[in-house]
Design a protein around this ligand. Structure first.
Ligand SMILES: *Cc1c(COP(=O)(O)O)cnc(C)c1O
Length: 382
């Protein structure tokens, strides 16, 4: 099947790897196995050991590559394992430029883990493109960014940033978790590597922790494959299957959740106890034009500032429909308190400098009835 010719919704259902090549089963079975018979030495089989490769994982990896318009995909045991895999293209002595409001776990792995191997990071506000050029050093090897960023949904011009990266020979890495390949394809905008926490929208049901790396060129794929096999933080067959199962409904979930998010964001914006609402679909959002240019949707994440800390506490303790938790992108709405949850790993001064204050909340809007969700907020805010 020539999947390249089809639109995204058809590719989600028919990525070309949806069928079991051995039996024709229309859902790739869970090959719950560690090792494969190698009796015939003259004719080695495709799979020998599930850390190196597994048929269920392979179907997912091919699906990921098709959806992100990449050449190869790799499935890891978490988003952080995927980010570790992508960052392992760096060597001791290398320097990387990273967006200042990067995901907390990425901040932690760069400042407390990769530093042990002599890899140096500079965090910059990449929404101002000149900051990239001004901070490139002789040993800078990569650029890592997120757009929209977390939790204030700042927008970076991915194409322009990657263009600068290319000029300096950097490997451009984009964390596309918030947009998913349905709304945004960084590889088409000049990125070399895309990473996902598939735990979020791709899985979509709060029932699997997983990560994906997709590369544009096979040469980088070879490096990622090496790390994936050497470290062994692979996604198991059961979770690979579960993730594919979730991904099939990505489009309908994203469409519905984004529509509800917009409605909730508009309602919050009008409320007297809400000071500010951050949503990239608002035409007064500073990154609105750029976001419209590089993506096809605004997503289901809305962040907002409450008038004071007491109101914030009351919302968190009295809200009924959303679960109050870390994570996002699921069928259930998830309300997060970034200060102690997603950004707990960040030093206080830096967190405050980024605008993550103690009256900030982030909601990932799920598939519940949005009018009931709004009524829930109305009640706790009154
Ligand atoms: C959650 C998240 C991660 C980490 O993924 P895990 O699956 O939790 O390891 C990385 N980047 C972003 C943007 C995330 O939201």
């Amino acid at each position: 099947m020539k999947t390249k010719d089809y639109s995204f919704d058809t590719k989600l259902i028919h990525p070309g790897s949806e069928m079991d090549p051995f039996t024709g089963a229309v859902s790739v079975p869970i090959y719950q196995v560690s090792t494969f018979d190698q009796g015939n030495l003259q004719n080695p089989r495709e799979f020998d050991y599930s850390r190196s490769g597994n048929p269920t994982r392979k179907a997912l990896e091919q699906m990921a590559a098709v959806l992100e318009n990449g050449s190869e995909g790799f499935a890891f045991s978490s988003g952080m394992a995927a980010i570790h895999g992508a960052l392992s293209v760096l060597n001791a002595g290398d320097h990387i430029l990273v967006c200042e409001d990067v995901y907390g776990g990425t901040y932690r792995i760069l400042t407390r883990y990769f530093t042990k191997f002599g890899i140096e990071t500079t965090f910059v506000d990449v929404t101002k493109l000149e900051n990239i050029e001004e901070n490139v050093k002789n040993n800078t090897k990569a650029l890592f960014l997120e757009s929209p960023s977390n939790p204030l949904l700042k927008i970076t011009d991915i194409e322009a940033a990657c263009h600068i990266g290319k000029k300096y020979g950097l490997i451009n890495i984009v964390d596309n978790t918030f947009m998913t390949p349905y709304y945004q394809n960084p590889l088409d905008l000049g990125a070399d590597i895309v990473v996902h926490s598939a735990t979020k929208f791709l899985g979509g049901h709060s029932d699997v922790v997983a990560g994906l790396v997709i590369v544009k060129d096979k040469s980088l794929g070879k490096e990622i494959r090496f790390t994936q096999n050497a470290v062994g933080a692979v996604l198991g067959p059961q979770d690979s299957w579960l993730l594919m199962r979730g991904m099939k409904t990505l489009k309908v979930r994203m469409d519905h959740q984004s529509q509800s998010a917009y409605k909730l964001a508009c309602w919050l914006r009008e409320h007297e106890k809400i000071e500010k609402v951050y949503y990239p679909g608002f035409d007064n959002h500073p990154g609105y034009e750029i976001h419209r240019k590089q993506s096809r949707g605004d997503g289901a994440i809305v962040s907002f500032l409450l008038r004071d800390y007491d109101t914030t506490k009351k919302v968190l303790s009295s809200i009924e429909i959303p679960v109050v938790a870390v994570s996002l992108g699921a069928v259930e709405s998830i309300l997060t308190y970034p200060t102690t949850m997603s950004h707990a790993a960040m030093p206080k001064e830096q967190r405050l400098a980024l605008g993550v204050t103690d009256n900030l909340l982030r909601i990932s809007v799920g598939l519940e009835n949005v009018d009931e969700l709004i009524a829930d907020f109305e009640r706790v805010l009154s």
